[in-house]
Design a protein around this ligand. Structure first.
Ligand SMILES: *[C@@H]1O[C@H](CO)[C@@H](O)[C@H](O)[C@H]1NC(C)=O
Ligand SMILES: *[C@@H]1O[C@H](CO)[C@@H](O)[C@H](O)[C@H]1NC(C)=O
Ligand SMILES: *[C@@H]1O[C@H](CO)[C@@H](O)[C@H](O)[C@H]1NC(C)=O
Length: 206
């Protein structure tokens, strides 16, 4: 019984520790160690589900050797450019990486081999679920505990250069759906208002 309690307590403690470890990473404290490039030119428009993109990444070779010694995984993501974040809290940039909403679309996750310094390259089709917006590409390097150790991105620190657009073909359907939902809600509401008004009138005339 006591043993089980101890086990549970240590498990809880472990989870808490893991949680704080994970939560500690602030983007502003992350070193820019990766050199990342992507094929779209500034302002290019990619159609989701159709157009292809090539992304390359590697550790900046002018950094001291061993910078990447703990790197285990590289994850490359599509991130919203500031222009597509305006008035959209669900895309907001937060320095605490566990809360950040800038980079919501994982495009590739690859194990990192620190013994092979060759620049890695990956070609893929822009996924259908990527919404219409302006983006840049950012890559994160993770250690074996899935904690961010470094990053690289295709744009400058202010996120103003090398931005590209994704045009979602399903976007139109989504807005149509929203419009029809609004319409149904509106008709239910007007029916309700009519019903209440009618009841009031009936009461008054009694
Ligand atoms: C980051 O967010 C996580 C999850 O909400 C939180 O536990 C952690 O304390 C935050 N870290 C910092 C440094 O604000
Ligand atoms: C690589 O690192 C050097 C030294 O920190 C820096 O001056 C240079 O801008 C970096 N290159 C890229 C492409 O980030
Ligand atoms: C290094 O990585 C490249 C790209 O993934 C791969 O083609 C090559 O075979 C690798 N070389 C070694 C020695 O593992």
């Amino acid at each position: 019984m006591a043993e089980r309690g101890f086990l549970l307590a240590s498990l809880l403690l472990f989870c808490c520790l893991a949680g704080t470890c994970y939560g500690i990473v602030l983007f502003s404290s992350l070193p820019r160690t990766l050199v990342v490039t992507a094929s779209p030119n500034q302002g290019q428009v990619l159609v989701a589900g159709e157009d292809k993109i090539t992304v390359t990444w590697g550790v900046n070779q002018s950094l001291p050797a061993g910078t990447d010694s703990a790197y285990k995984t590289i994850k490359v993501k599509f991130c919203y450019a500031p222009i597509s974040q305006v008035d959209r809290a669900w895309r907001k940039t937060v320095d605490n990486i566990s809360k950040d909403k800038t980079c919501q679309f994982l495009i590739v996750s690859k194990p990192y081999d620190s013994s092979n310094k060759t620049v890695q390259s990956f070609e893929l089709t822009v996924q259908r679920d990527v919404p219409s917006a302006t983006y840049f590409v950012r890559a994160f390097a993770y250690n074996s505990e899935n904690v961010e150790l470094g990053y690289g991105q295709t744009t400058d620190a202010h996120k103003t250069t090398n931005l590209f657009e994704v045009q979602s073909i399903t976007g139109r359907h989504v807005s149509l759906d929203i419009a029809s939902v609004c319409f149904s809600a509106f008709s239910v509401l007007s029916l309700l208002v009519f019903f209440v008004a009618e009841k009031k009138r009936a009461k008054r005339s009694q």
